[in-house]
Design a protein around this ligand. Structure first.
Ligand SMILES: Cc1cc2nc3c(=O)[nH]c(=O)nc-3n(C[C@H](O)[C@H](O)[C@H](O)COP(=O)(O)O)c2cc1C
Length: 333
């Protein structure tokens, strides 16, 4: 047992959970539940927020929870605290995914974590066409550096690798559309009831037919109200495609890969890049195998990332909704 949390520690943990809710999650289902106990904070999966027809292996849930855990870590650092985190496998018996204890950060906050903290509120999933400007390998290697402390490695897919991934993305989009239950689940998370604070709202979904950029076909969502940028309409989308890989497929490794994903997305946002995380191609067994061949058999791919420079002067994206703190955090003494 650690020492009971004192008032300012409880305050810091509450404030950090309030910032961690901004983490991305598949279909914005927000599959997390936090419990603040006498001497620690626990992160659980909220089982009512799983996507059984889209994410049958539960990897999307673990990645979303990992993103929330990394956001929490960064928010605590920004408040002057260091998080000691014990990761545990996803367990239907109710054991938490992670247990967080805190202590004052003796060395203060490093420059990268400060940049990531500032990026939390600015990060968005951007599904629009990006500008023709290419993403340099230096930028991709800064994103890879951000992923490595959490066991993540980024594989930049270009040339024939990119063509294979693009083919697999197209095939996954077609196969998943035919899958029993998939369309109903997508409908449920894109057409929420009044007062819901989750799901993907129309303002974050593109108007018109499913977007296809150069060789890339993205996950299709019901048509929304988001416009493509007006400028540069003749330009080719210059986005890079990268695959984040994990140490292995153990649930703790996938949870940590979620932390790596958050670190990559926040670093990309800090650098001014737009990002689209894409798991569709990893949710269909056949196309997942194609990606395994692209990245090499020893590290499983967990998420694909589209990275690009937004067109100058394009409309800022609206923030997607989040459930309020009292719906995601329970306090027990
Ligand atoms: C694990 C994971 C998988 C995702 N998969 C996709 C995807 O396949 N296609 C897509 O357009 N967005 C995908 N997203 C983005 C989510 O839809 C997005 O994070 C969510 O709607 C919240 O919006 P925000 O990222 O703008 O805050 C994914 C996000 C996560 C964390």
């Amino acid at each position: 047992m650690s020492a009971p949390l004192v008032g300012r520690e409880r305050e810091a943990l509450r404030a950090a959970v309030a910032r961690a809710v901004r983490a991305p999650s598949e279909h914005n289902a927000q599959p997390w539940r936090w419990v603040l106990g006498a001497d620690h904070l626990d992160l659980h999966v909220d089982d009512s927020r799983r996507l059984p027809f889209t994410d049958d292996r539960g990897h999307g849930v673990l990645l979303g929870c990992g993103c929330a855990l990394h956001h929490l870590r960064v928010a605590l650092a920004d408040l002057g605290w260091r998080a000691d985190i014990r990761h545990q496998p996803d367990d239907p018996g109710g054991r938490p995914l992670a247990r967080v204890c805190i202590r004052p950060a003796a060395d203060g906050i490093d420059a990268r974590t400060r940049r990531h903290a500032a990026a939390i509120d600015r990060r968005r999933t951007d599904r629009r066409r990006f500008s023709a400007r290419s993403v340099s390998t230096d930028v991709v290697s800064a994103l890879d550096d951000a992923a490595r402390p959490f066991g993540g490695v980024l594989h930049l897919a270009f040339g024939s690798d990119r063509a294979h991934v693009a083919d697999a993305m197209r095939e996954a989009a077609e196969r998943q559309r035919e899958q029993v239950g998939y369309a109903a689940e997508l409908q449920r998370w894109t057409h929420r009831y009044a007062g819901a604070h989750d799901g993907i709202p129309a303002g974050s979904r593109l108007e018109g037919p499913p977007p296809s950029y150069h060789d890339l076909v993205l996950r299709w969502f019901p048509s929304g109200t988001l416009h493509q940028p007006r400028d540069g309409a003749d330009h080719r989308d210059g986005s890079a495609l990268a695959i984040l890989t994990a140490v292995d497929e153990h649930p703790v490794s996938v949870l940590r890969a979620g932390e790596a994903l958050s670190a990559v997305l926040l670093e990309a946002t800090a650098q001014g890049l737009g990002t689209t995380p894409i798991t569709q191609v990893l949710e269909v067994p056949e196309t997942r195998d194609h990606l395994r061949q692209v990245v090499g058999a020893h590290r499983p791919p967990v998420v694909a990332l589209r990275l690009g420079w937004p067109e100058p002067f394009c409309e800022p994206l609206p923030a997607t909704p989040r459930r309020p703190l009292d719906r995601v955090l329970t306090e027990v003494e």
